[in-house]
Design a protein around this ligand. Structure first.
Ligand SMILES: [Zn+2]
Length: 166
Protein backbone atom coordinates (compact mmCIF):
# COMPACT_ATOMS: atom_id res chain seq x y z
CA UNK A 1 0.00 0.00 0.00
CA UNK A 2 2.14 2.83 -1.31
CA UNK A 3 1.15 6.24 -0.08
CA UNK A 4 2.76 9.55 -0.84
CA UNK A 5 3.78 11.52 2.22
CA UNK A 6 1.56 14.46 1.28
CA UNK A 7 -1.53 12.25 1.48
CA UNK A 8 -0.81 10.55 4.76
CA UNK A 9 -2.92 11.37 7.80
CA UNK A 10 -0.05 12.60 9.98
CA UNK A 11 1.13 14.98 7.26
CA UNK A 12 -2.33 16.41 6.76
CA UNK A 13 -2.86 16.85 10.50
CA UNK A 14 0.47 18.64 10.82
CA UNK A 15 -0.39 20.88 7.87
CA UNK A 16 -3.74 21.68 9.48
CA UNK A 17 -2.00 22.58 12.73
CA UNK A 18 0.42 24.84 10.85
CA UNK A 19 -2.43 26.52 8.97
CA UNK A 20 -4.32 27.13 12.22
CA UNK A 21 -1.25 28.89 13.58
CA UNK A 22 -1.13 31.09 10.50
CA UNK A 23 -4.84 31.87 10.91
CA UNK A 24 -4.14 32.84 14.51
CA UNK A 25 -1.59 35.41 13.50
CA UNK A 26 1.74 33.63 13.07
CA UNK A 27 3.54 34.77 9.95
CA UNK A 28 3.59 32.12 7.25
CA UNK A 29 7.27 32.83 6.58
CA UNK A 30 7.95 31.59 10.11
CA UNK A 31 5.44 28.75 10.25
CA UNK A 32 6.29 27.18 6.89
CA UNK A 33 10.04 26.70 7.51
CA UNK A 34 9.10 25.18 10.87
CA UNK A 35 6.68 22.87 9.08
CA UNK A 36 9.48 21.80 6.71
CA UNK A 37 11.78 21.27 9.70
CA UNK A 38 9.22 18.98 11.36
CA UNK A 39 8.88 16.90 8.18
CA UNK A 40 12.67 16.56 7.88
CA UNK A 41 13.00 15.61 11.54
CA UNK A 42 10.15 13.11 11.22
CA UNK A 43 11.94 11.50 8.25
CA UNK A 44 15.04 11.24 10.41
CA UNK A 45 13.05 9.55 13.21
CA UNK A 46 11.39 7.25 10.72
CA UNK A 47 14.77 6.16 9.32
CA UNK A 48 16.50 5.78 12.67
CA UNK A 49 13.66 3.96 14.40
CA UNK A 50 12.28 2.02 11.42
CA UNK A 51 8.84 3.40 12.19
CA UNK A 52 6.53 4.69 9.41
CA UNK A 53 6.75 8.47 9.12
CA UNK A 54 2.96 8.66 9.37
CA UNK A 55 3.12 7.15 12.86
CA UNK A 56 5.83 9.60 13.93
CA UNK A 57 3.88 12.59 12.63
CA UNK A 58 0.65 11.38 14.22
CA UNK A 59 2.32 10.92 17.59
CA UNK A 60 3.83 14.39 17.43
CA UNK A 61 0.64 16.14 16.35
CA UNK A 62 -1.29 14.34 19.10
CA UNK A 63 1.37 15.34 21.62
CA UNK A 64 1.37 18.99 20.57
CA UNK A 65 -0.68 20.43 23.42
CA UNK A 66 0.73 23.93 23.12
CA UNK A 67 2.00 26.25 20.42
CA UNK A 68 3.10 24.55 17.21
CA UNK A 69 6.00 27.01 16.99
CA UNK A 70 7.25 26.18 20.50
CA UNK A 71 6.40 22.51 20.65
CA UNK A 72 8.46 21.61 17.62
CA UNK A 73 12.11 22.29 18.40
CA UNK A 74 15.41 20.51 18.88
CA UNK A 75 14.86 20.20 22.61
CA UNK A 76 11.60 18.28 22.19
CA UNK A 77 12.41 16.23 19.10
CA UNK A 78 16.21 15.91 19.34
CA UNK A 79 18.22 14.11 16.70
CA UNK A 80 18.37 10.43 17.52
CA UNK A 81 22.09 10.21 16.86
CA UNK A 82 22.83 12.85 19.45
CA UNK A 83 24.83 11.53 22.41
CA UNK A 84 21.99 12.32 24.69
CA UNK A 85 19.19 10.21 23.24
CA UNK A 86 18.56 6.60 24.22
CA UNK A 87 15.97 4.51 22.39
CA UNK A 88 14.08 1.61 23.99
CA UNK A 89 11.42 -0.70 22.62
CA UNK A 90 9.27 -0.52 25.75
CA UNK A 91 9.11 1.26 29.10
CA UNK A 92 9.94 -2.09 30.67
CA UNK A 93 13.20 -2.22 28.71
CA UNK A 94 14.06 1.27 29.83
CA UNK A 95 13.35 0.52 33.50
CA UNK A 96 15.50 -2.57 33.27
CA UNK A 97 18.36 -0.54 31.80
CA UNK A 98 18.02 2.04 34.56
CA UNK A 99 18.01 -0.48 37.39
CA UNK A 100 17.78 1.21 40.77
CA UNK A 101 15.57 4.29 40.67
CA UNK A 102 18.36 6.72 41.41
CA UNK A 103 18.79 9.82 39.30
CA UNK A 104 21.29 12.66 39.42
CA UNK A 105 19.67 16.02 40.00
CA UNK A 106 21.32 18.50 37.60
CA UNK A 107 20.93 21.34 40.06
CA UNK A 108 22.00 20.06 43.50
CA UNK A 109 23.96 17.04 42.23
CA UNK A 110 22.11 14.94 44.82
CA UNK A 111 20.34 11.65 44.20
CA UNK A 112 16.61 11.80 43.45
CA UNK A 113 14.31 8.78 43.27
CA UNK A 114 12.05 10.78 40.95
CA UNK A 115 13.43 11.22 37.40
CA UNK A 116 11.56 14.49 36.77
CA UNK A 117 11.44 16.36 40.05
CA UNK A 118 14.23 16.41 42.60
CA UNK A 119 13.44 14.87 45.98
CA UNK A 120 17.04 14.52 47.15
CA UNK A 121 16.37 16.65 50.21
CA UNK A 122 19.55 18.63 49.53
CA UNK A 123 19.51 22.10 51.00
CA UNK A 124 20.40 24.69 48.35
CA UNK A 125 20.41 27.62 50.73
CA UNK A 126 19.12 28.06 54.23
CA UNK A 127 15.65 26.57 54.46
CA UNK A 128 15.50 26.00 50.70
CA UNK A 129 15.36 22.34 49.74
CA UNK A 130 16.12 21.52 46.10
CA UNK A 131 12.97 20.92 44.05
CA UNK A 132 14.46 21.13 40.54
CA UNK A 133 12.08 20.08 37.77
CA UNK A 134 13.35 18.64 34.50
CA UNK A 135 10.29 20.12 32.76
CA UNK A 136 10.98 23.62 34.13
CA UNK A 137 12.35 26.58 32.22
CA UNK A 138 15.98 25.48 32.41
CA UNK A 139 15.25 21.81 31.88
CA UNK A 140 18.07 19.40 32.65
CA UNK A 141 20.84 22.03 32.45
CA UNK A 142 22.34 19.88 29.73
CA UNK A 143 23.04 17.09 32.22
CA UNK A 144 20.06 14.79 31.73
CA UNK A 145 19.13 12.33 29.03
CA UNK A 146 16.35 12.08 26.45
CA UNK A 147 14.71 8.66 26.41
CA UNK A 148 12.54 7.51 23.51
CA UNK A 149 10.10 4.61 23.87
CA UNK A 150 9.36 3.07 20.49
CA UNK A 151 6.13 1.26 21.25
CA UNK A 152 4.68 4.46 22.73
CA UNK A 153 6.28 6.71 20.09
CA UNK A 154 7.15 9.09 22.90
CA UNK A 155 10.33 10.75 24.04
CA UNK A 156 11.09 12.86 27.08
CA UNK A 157 13.90 14.28 29.17
CA UNK A 158 14.76 12.74 32.53
CA UNK A 159 17.49 13.22 35.11
CA UNK A 160 20.53 11.07 34.35
CA UNK A 161 20.20 7.63 35.97
CA UNK A 162 23.17 6.95 38.24
CA UNK A 163 23.70 3.65 36.43
CA UNK A 164 24.26 5.51 33.14
CA UNK A 165 26.82 7.92 34.49
CA UNK A 166 30.29 7.48 33.05
ZN1 LIG B 1 18.20 18.60 43.37
Amino acid sequence: MEQTLEKCEGYLKLRKLADENIEHGWEDYRVNPKFDWVIERAKHYSDKLSVPINDILNSWVDGCDYSFMNYFQDANQPEINADKVRVFETIEDMLQAIGDKEFRCPSCDGVSTNPYSCNSGEEMSEGKICDWKVYGLFGDLGKGVHVYIKNKLKGEDIFMPLSWED
